[in-house]
Design a protein around this ligand. Structure first.
Ligand code: FES
Length: 78
């Protein structure tokens, strides 16, 4: 679903960045979401919050391939 009509940015793209550990401000800088009319900001922030809550970055270890095996649903034995 397109979240930001002005910049044609989807919820999937925002979610992908959020799961990589970026916060809203970083995603906004990277993608340009909510930088024109601003109508999408609330929805974009909700997507970031949902992804951050569902997949906190604290469990992602340095050097771990992205997306982490646990994120893809594969047990991590390391
Ligand atoms: S819809 Fe995102 S800035 Fe206008």
């Amino acid at each position: 679903m397109i979240v930001c009509v002005c910049r044609r940015i989807s919820d999937r793209e925002i979610a992908r960045h959020a799961r990589a550990g970026l916060g809203f401000d970083e995603i906004q800088f990277e993608l340009g979401v909510a930088t024109q009319c601003g109508q999408c900001e609330g929805c974009a922030r909700d997507v970031v919050a949902q992804c951050s809550a569902a997949c906190p970055t604290a469990h992602i270890k340095p050097g771990m391939p992205f997306p982490a095996p646990a994120v893809r649903g594969v047990a991590f034995a390391g």
